[in-house]
Design a protein around this ligand. Structure first.
Ligand SMILES: NC(=O)c1ccc[n+]([C@@H]2O[C@H](COP(=O)([O-])OP(=O)(O)OC[C@H]3O[C@@H](n4cnc5c(N)ncnc54)[C@H](O)[C@@H]3O)[C@@H](O)[C@H]2O)c1
Length: 324
């Protein structure tokens, strides 16, 4: 019988450090945008008002990954994570199941790594303040990964929940950042060089009018068709708009779909992260410009991160084998 390696969230935190994972995720995006992966759009269903997704992909050199994930925003009040998931990894040649791993931490790690890839290619000169709007679970990973490539000391944080900002402040100060708690998105965003949106909002929290030049906006929230985290002016002001997948953002976020359908944004001007990472498209045109990276999350990120974790766990003797 095949033996399955089980990896916990704690194992993944230890294995998938920013210096390793950012490079792996960058390679996976290049493969995706070169047409080398097999990545059908995720299957989405709604259960009791909550979003569930099944995300499957084959990434050459990594493996086949399948993630079952849900987003339950009301879990914030239950003291449970908003996002819970399990990821399975398979051998692409034999089809053998290789590993099962905790998916909430994996998702946060690979999402942070994608944002870091965007910052590497699109952010202005390092050293400017970083603003974070929505300071829940993802925000911590966004800060850790983005600051790995965009060096900064100053972080400005805003959330509609005071306790979320306070707990984020303590976390970020432990990492050595100087943190200001802001009373509005505008206060956080004005003067920031990198702006990260990691909230569960359904209506715009970042307005183009708040942005300074230069700035790089990273938005990971608003992952359903009609939801938006960015207003029209953000897209209007952007000299470059980059997405994880043109196909996925048109299906899954109002942030790109709505301005495209309204004629405000032409798809010719929307590049993929993998195209930018491979040098086929520019991530930034001018020193003073505003750039935008919008991600909804792709199965290639899960497959690549899971395969990297599996390889490293075998090398280091981590995890626990179970017989099926
Ligand atoms: N793009 C991706 O690959 C990807 C991956 C994982 C999660 N996400 C998305 O990231 C978002 C955050 O997820 P999480 O796990 O951190 O959830 P979370 O519930 O832990 O944190 C979300 C935070 O947003 C805050 N918030 C809600 N509305 C707000 C508003 N209008 N202004 C400011 N703050 C607001 C909430 O108070 C909460 O603290 C979700 O939308 C999730 O779907 C995207």
């Amino acid at each position: 019988m095949p033996k399955l390696l089980v990896l916990s969230g704690r194992d993944l935190e230890e294995l998938l450090r920013p210096d390793i994972l950012i490079g792996e995720i960058e390679k996976a995006f290049v493969s995706y945008s070169s047409g080398l992966t097999v990545t059908p759009p995720r299957t989405v269903m709604w259960v009791e008002g909550n979003w569930w997704g099944v995300m499957q992909s084959y990434v050459p050199g990594y493996g086949v990954g399948v993630k079952v994930v849900n987003v339950v925003p009301a879990n914030v009040e239950r003291g449970l994570p908003t996002i819970q998931a399990v990821v399975n990894l398979f051998d692409p040649h034999t089809g053998t199941p290789l590993a099962v791993m905790e998916g909430g931490v994996l998702t946060a790690l690979r999402t942070g790594a994608a944002s870091a890839v965007s910052a590497k290619h699109m952010a202005p000169e390092p050293g400017g303040p970083v603003a974070i709007i929505g300071t829940g679970y993802q925000a911590r990973y966004q800060l850790r990964f983005v600051s790995h490539v965009y060096k900064t000391e100053e972080v400005r944080a805003y959330d509609v929940r005071e306790e979320a900002v306070e707990s984020f402040r303590r976390y970020a100060e432990q990492l050595g950042f100087r943190v200001s708690k802001c009373r509005s998105p505008r206060e956080a965003v004005e003067g920031a060089s990198v702006v990260i949106e990691a909230s569960t909002t359904r209506t715009p929290v970042i307005e183009g009018a708040y942005l300074s030049s230069p700035a790089h906006v990273i938005s990971i929230g608003a992952h359903v068709r009609d939801a938006r985290a960015l207003d029209d002016d953000v897209v209007r002001r952007a000299e470059v708009v980059v997405v994880d997948s043109r196909e996925a953002v048109m299906l899954e976020t109002g942030d790109i779909r709505i301005p495209v359908e309204a004629g405000l944004l032409s798809m010719d001007r929307v590049y993929e992260l993998g195209e930018v990472a491979s040098g086929r498209r520019p991530g930034r045109l001018t020193r003073e410009g505003v750039t935008v990276f919008k991600s909804v999350g792709l199965a290639i990120q899960d497959a690549a991160a899971a395969a990297a974790a599996y390889r490293l766990a075998l090398e280091r003797g981590m995890g626990r084998f179970v017989e099926l």
